[in-house]
Each structure stands twice: as C-alpha cells, then as structure tokens.
Design a protein around this ligand. Structure first.
Ligand code: GLN
Length: 188
C-alpha cells in the first residue's frame, strides 16, 4: 500500500522513515493527480499560511476534500490546522474542514517555547505513553460530537480522530513514534 506525503512545504521527509518502519511505501505528492495513486495521505507540519497558499495555488483544495471521503488523512501540527477550522478566521488560511475542531495557531508561544513531554494515548482497550514534540503548536479549542479524543495534554485535546482521519497538534515523526501512522493507515 502506498501512502502520500503532501510535499508542498514543511517536514514531510521524516514521515517517510516512520512509514517505512510500518512497511508502507511513500510517494511525495506535489500534484493533485498523484492522489489517485495512494491509499492515504500525511499532511505534515510546517507553516499553515504558506501551506494554504500552496494548496490553493496547486489546485489541491477540492481533490483533497474528495480524497478524504474515501481515504485516511493524518495531519500533524500545521497539517491539523489545515484539517480543522480556525477559531479566529484568518484570510491567509483556507482550511479543509475535514475534522470538526476549531484551533488557535501558535498557542503555546514562540519557537523557544517548544517542548517535548510524555502523552498518554487511549488506544482501543489500553493506554500507551509516547513522547509528544510540540513546536509552535496549535491548541484545539472546541471539538464536535463526532470527534474522539485520543490524547490530552494539560486537559487540552492534542490527538483527535474523526471517521478515518487523525489530527495531532504535535510531531510524532520527530520522536520515531509510529503509533498514529499505524492507527491511521494500518487500522490499529
Ligand atoms: N505554527 C505553525 C502554523 O501555525 C505550525 C507549526 C508546526 O507545524 N510545527 O502554521
């Protein structure tokens, strides 16, 4: 099975290492037609203003929404921002509205306030502790009734799932955490 990495901007390379540990092949997706060749997609972290601009400029909006109706998407950090909605609309960012959450960007402060801490994740019938790396991370402010919270940090949801999609405010790929890619693309 091939998984796409939306490779317009951001730290997509690290995700291919995680996916190969799960025996999943990766394709760098730079054009919408390439979505026809993959059975899942990672929207990586990066800078959501730039990512939104490139998603629009490359004609990805509608193709991504259609893709999401059939296949899983894992969004990390800026990727989650693109998958949710902004609490305070920003004309520079057009989100895809795939997970029913509202988010605030850069909610923990500046780059210097980035941190790593343990997260307890609810997985099916057990809990698993993994490191969570938060880099100029967003916060999830509100969640819709169809959204399942997989992990919280200081009571804020930081890992959420809706239907086949997973959104994370942190970067599992920077700590070799395979759990979320496994949940999204290997079904558990
Ligand atoms: N602060 C970035 C943004 O709002 C997200 C940071 C990240 O993806 N690590 O786009």
């Amino acid at each position: 099975m091939k998984i796409g990495l939306l490779a317009l901007q951001g730290d997509y390379e690290k995700h291919s290492q995680i996916l190969s540990r799960l025996d999943l092949q990766t394709v760098l997706v730079r054009y919408p037609q390439q979505l026809n060749d993959v059975a899942g997609l990672v929207i990586p972290g990066g800078e959501s203003t730039t990512m939104s601009k490139l998603i629009n400029a490359n004609g990805f909006c509608q193709p991504l929404v259609s893709f999401a109706q059939q296949f899983p998407i894992l969004g990390t950090c800026a990727g989650l921002i693109m998958m949710g909605r902004l609490q305070q609309p920003d004309p520079r960012i057009e989100t895809l509205d795939l997970i029913d959450v509202t988010v605030t960007r850069n909610a923990y402060g500046r780059q210097l306030a980035s941190f790593v801490d343990d997260l307890t994740v609810e997985v099916a019938d057990h809990q698993q502790t993994v490191p969570g790396c938060f880099i100029r991370a967003p916060k999830i402010n509100t969640i819709g009734s169809n959204v399942e919270v997989l992990a919280r940090y200081n009571n804020d949801p930081v890992a959420v799932r809706q239907d086949r999609h997973i959104g994370l405010t942190f970067h599992p790929e920077l700590n070799n955490v395979t759990l979320f890619h496994q949940l999204a693309f290997r079904g558990g």
